[in-house]
Design a protein around this ligand. Structure first.
Ligand SMILES: [Mg+2]
Length: 371
């Protein structure tokens, strides 16, 4: 058995309550925290890598925590003995063994990158293209509430140093205009605003919002669910447009590029199947000078280190922002030096994800398999 072959895999579960209470989306959807699954992959030489996947409830993407755990338990035994350093080959193997379910593969792929970095002494940013600069701009998302409550939340985040805010819209258009107005009026000039409808609107609602907010400076994110609706919106407006939910793989981005649909994209690791596939999408976006956000659907330190490491190796002029998910929750899953000041984040600089993970802190694994 080669030194880099996978000798054991363990899977853990961690409940991560939200620091700011219930997270609400349109239609009464809500979550109290992230139901995270953490995976540990050990190679024969004794190195370990960690990955994490946490959906936002079961309502955000076609992904749910119990499904991730089941799929990971099905895949894990079939990866024992494989060469952990052949990450792309292992991705192809996972796709061969389990059709779809990219969210379940994301944590495994993440653990393989962490393991590879630890084995060769390189950071994820170095392995994924080379770090540009040393810090990443952060945004905070302002969930849907009454306009004054959203304005108060925006002021809180500004006071904490954030300079990029994502206003959640996608309900009643008039009320959403009032929400956006309340937030916009409450924040200092120069604050970067995104309005994210999370695929909730049709073209009619989107056009009405665009008309009512025409004089303001903001970026519109994922107004509609279907590709065709977003394309119709694109052709009717000069507003910068970012797609998030639509970008579920390289195919979706290639099509959007050929249609001139997007000015920027949001890549979520769990949606696309992990760092390896996110890097491919990222690199296609770089080739067309699209603005790039790399983040995920949830998690704590392990997940934050992964998506922010990939974003750090993305050209600085193309970076939009990312999130500090580990600060959204009241528990930790690793020690690492994240430093946040003035709305930017510095990330751990050690090999792999740069984290110190103590698996004993998670309690008994829910699953384990060995060579
Ligand atoms: Mg979004």
């Amino acid at each position: 058995m080669a030194e880099a072959s996978i000798s054991s895999i363990r899977i853990f579960r961690q409940w991560q309550p939200f620091r700011d209470g219930t997270y609400r989306c349109s239609g009464g959807r809500s979550a109290e925290g992230f139901d995270s699954t953490i995976i540990e992959v050990t190679s024969r030489d004794g190195n370990r890598g960690y990955g994490e996947m946490a959906p936002l409830g079961s309502f955000y993407d076609p992904a749910f925590a119990a499904g991730a755990r089941e799929a990971m338990q099905e895949l894990a035994p079939q990866l024992i003995g494989c060469d952990a350093s052949g990450i792309e080959a292992l991705n192809r193997r996972m796709d061969l063994l389990l059709k779809g379910h990219p969210y379940a593969k994301s944590a495994i792929d993440m653990a393989l990158w962490d393991l590879a970095g630890r084995r060769c002494g390189s950071t994820l940013a170095a392995m994924s293209g080379g770090a540009e600069g040393s810090s990443l701009p952060l945004y905070r998302s302002i969930a849907q509430q009454a306009p004054d409550a959203m304005a108060a939340r925006a002021e809180k985040y500004i006071a904490e140093g954030y300079r990029r805010l994502q206003v959640k819209i996608g309900l009643d258009v008039d009320e959403d205009v009032a929400r956006f107005e309340a937030v916009r009026s409450a924040v200092p000039g120069g604050t970067v605003l995104f309005c994210d409808a999370n695929a909730s609107w049709g073209t009619a609602e989107t056009r009405r919002f665009l008309m009512a907010t025409r004089q303001f400076d903001y970026v519109l994110e994922q107004p509609c669910a279907s590709y065709e609706e977003n394309l119709a919106v694109r052709r009717a407006t000069d507003r910068p447009l970012v797609l998030d939910e639509t970008i579920d793989g390289a195919d979706a981005l290639l099509r959007a590029i050929s249609d001139g649909l997007v000015d920027g994209i949001t890549i979520k690791l769990a949606r696309v199947g992990g760092l390896t596939k996110a890097k491919l999408i990222r690199d296609i976006a770089i080739a067309r000078n699209l603005k790039i956000t790399i983040e995920d659907t949830g998690g704590a330190q392990i997940d934050t280190a992964a998506y922010s490491g990939l974003l750090l190796s993305t050209p600085e002029n193309l970076r939009q922002h990312t999130v500090d998910f580990h600060n959204w929750v009241t528990v930790s899953n690793a020690r690492g030096t994240f430093a946040i000041a003035d709305g930017v984040m510095r990330i751990p600089e050690g090999p792999g994800l740069g984290l110190d993970v103590d698996p004993d802190a998670f309690g008994e694994p829910i699953f384990a398999c060995h060579a």
